[in-house]
Ligand binder design. Structure first.
Ligand SMILES: Cc1cc2nc3c(=O)[nH]c(=O)nc-3n(C[C@H](O)[C@H](O)[C@H](O)COP(=O)(O)O)c2cc1C
Length: 175
């Protein structure tokens, strides 16, 4: 499974949101967990990042990925739930992170101009501060647009899921 296998073609996904000016935004994220039957994916991010603010205001997202190995494009549409610092989901995910990954949640807010401290004045990064800005995104898919690239005769199908993640509709469509 892609969340457990760093070599999987679906390990890195494109998480697409809409910003406050209704412009599309996209960025790569690592798939941290997946629940196939609930159609649920887990991502981790810095709550000081622009994406967190965008998703707080508008949780509707598209998740896009392509695996060169299987020649499959997956385009999922759905919503994210935001689990911020201090939530049960964020605490549980934090406890499983290796120390080096925890320290990626330190430093200045993502996207802001970088201030390079001199070695003498640089403060050692604090794990408690890192934890205080760590957030978990739980994505639930409503639809999957499945596209297989072939030498000829590409294949495409649409799948729809209900609230519980059960398949409610599926059909082949023209590629
Ligand atoms: C391969 C790859 C994986 C990444 N994984 C994550 C991730 O899991 N979470 C995350 O917040 N940012 C991740 N990033 C960085 C984001 O793509 C993005 O640059 C950063 O989070 C700022 O996004 P924002 O300005 O839209 O908030 C990753 C970047 C790359 C290239």
């Amino acid at each position: 499974m892609a969340a457990a296998d760093p070599q999987s073609g679906f390990r890195y996904l494109n998480l697409c949101s809409v910003d406050a000016e209704t412009r599309p935004q996209a960025r790569m994220v690592v798939l941290r967990g997946a629940d196939k039957s609930a159609r649920r994916l887990e991502f981790h991010t810095d709550t000081l990042s622009p994406k967190w603010r965008e998703l707080f205001a508008n949780p509707h997202v598209t998740v896009l990925s392509f695996s060169a190995e299987s020649r499959l494009q997956l385009r999922l549409q759905g919503k994210v739930e935001l689990h911020g610092p201090g939530s049960g989901a964020a605490d549980a995910a934090w406890d499983k992170l290796p120390a080096r990954t925890r320290m990626t949640y330190t430093g200045g807010p993502p996207g802001e101009e970088r201030v390079f401290e001199t070695i003498d004045t640089a403060e050692p990064a604090d794990e408690a501060e890192a934890k205080a800005r760590f957030g978990v995104l739980i994505f639930r898919a409503w639809t999957l647009d499945w596209f297989q690239l072939r030498q000829q005769d590409n294949q495409r199908a649409l799948f729809c899921y209900d609230e519980a993640g059960a398949l409610s509709d599926c059909r082949w469509v023209n590629p």
